[in-house]
Design a protein around this ligand. Sequence first.
Ligand SMILES: Nc1ncnc2c1ncn2[C@@H]1O[C@H](COP(=O)(O)OP(=O)(O)O)[C@@H](O)[C@H]1O
Ligand SMILES: [Mg+2]
Length: 477
Amino acid sequence: MNKNIPWVIKYRPRRVSDVVNQDQAKEKFIPWLRQWLQNRVPEKKAALFYGPAGVGKTSLVEAAAHEYGLELIEMNASDFRRKEDIERIAKIAATQMSLFGKRKIILLDEVDGISGSADKGGLDAILELIKVTRHPIVMTANDPWDQKLRPLRDASLMIPFNRLSERYVVQVLKRICAAEKLECEDAALKYIAQRSEGDLRSAINDLQAIAEGYGRVTLDIVKAVVVSRDRQYSPWEMLRNLFMSKYAWQAKRAVTHTDLDYDTVLQWINENIPNQYTDPEDVWRAYESLSRADIYLGRIKRSLSWDLLSYVFDLAGPGVALARKKSKFRWAKYSFPQKIMLLAKTKEMREIREALAETISKRIHASKSTVKRDVIPFLMIIFRERPDYAARIAIGYNLTDNMIKYLAGPTYSKIKEHMNLLLLRMEKPALASEESSSGAKESVTARAAPSPSSKKKATRRASRRRRRGGTQSTLPI
Ligand SMILES: Nc1ncnc2c1ncn2[C@@H]1O[C@H](COP(=O)(O)OP(=O)(O)O)[C@@H](O)[C@H]1O
Ligand SMILES: [Mg+2]
């Protein structure tokens, strides 16, 4: 079996009995369906499955179709604005099956997807469909209580679905662990189940992500990785939801339900399009759309026309998700955007450079920009070519380790060695001048012009050592 197939698909219920914890729904649905199969058209020709996400609404229709040998005609209700789609479905619905032909069941998935944006035409089309159909129609919805959906509710047998209880979620997860020969701690599965809040789809997705990321599922790992549902999506979830979405609105939801900033969202998608799509044309289409999103975002930022933001989301979400025409659905590993890592690194670099310019500009009475332009490049050469001399400058200007690293690159450790030697030598003359009052000795201090604070530091260190008893640890000059 294909390794990359999402487990929610691989383990979707094949028989009605595989759909767990929805006995009440089945008790309403199955007798209604049997009536159809016995050629007695029920009073309500459509059934409306409603309830939270990931509890088996779509699965029950698919499992029943499979078990009773029905041909499943599936459609997302929000596509109901496309005339040819309506006509296609309406034709199927209105046609009595041939004597030996397969019976059919029509699934209009997620009808509440149309309530927000769609024109009334879509709803009317569905109502008309229910009137003329000669086959059972099942609709699903998370929230069927929108005023606009009232006519649909009236025309349907309403079948509620409940959140799955933790026990059943754990049971399904356990079955998957066994089938995958995966090492899973009971406590870990329980934790995933709790966090999923009865949404089995998300629980299974969490399980797969952890299994593939870590090879086993322990409580420690799960606690570190799984966070509760009420928060916004992490970048990885955002990508997963985006690339797995079947419908435009799901893809849009994926990119809008995350607290990443817009640039970051685009970068994550940018980096991972080739991880997800295998077909070059899909990749090309996705990048076409994403680059348009980027152009819009640029315009928004320049002109502050935030009303364009919705197009950015449309292009980066549905535009990218629906670019998939040939690549198969697969479980891809997503990677962290290189650009963000790079920027994080260069941001640090920029800060160091800024601080360095500040330190030096004060000492040599030049502007920071002059230092950046004229001094730092020379210092870099010195630091890379002459570690001994660089050490004096570093001490003299009291540079921090980060600044030295910035200037020196690979010669950093050599410079540090020289600095240590010099600092030890500085202590000795300081000592000598205090003790013999000769003061005329040549010292590095004179040559390297250390800052007052580093001089003080050296003196302090020297006197500390003296108190500890002796100068024997200093190196001979
Ligand atoms: N009651 C259930 N019994 C068994 N599996 C389920 C159940 N509910 C959800 N699942 C699993 O979660 C996935 C998503 O379920 P789905 O039926 O699409 O949820 P919904 O349509 O309610 O949002 C399915 O593929 C299946 O693997
Ligand atoms: Mg569904």
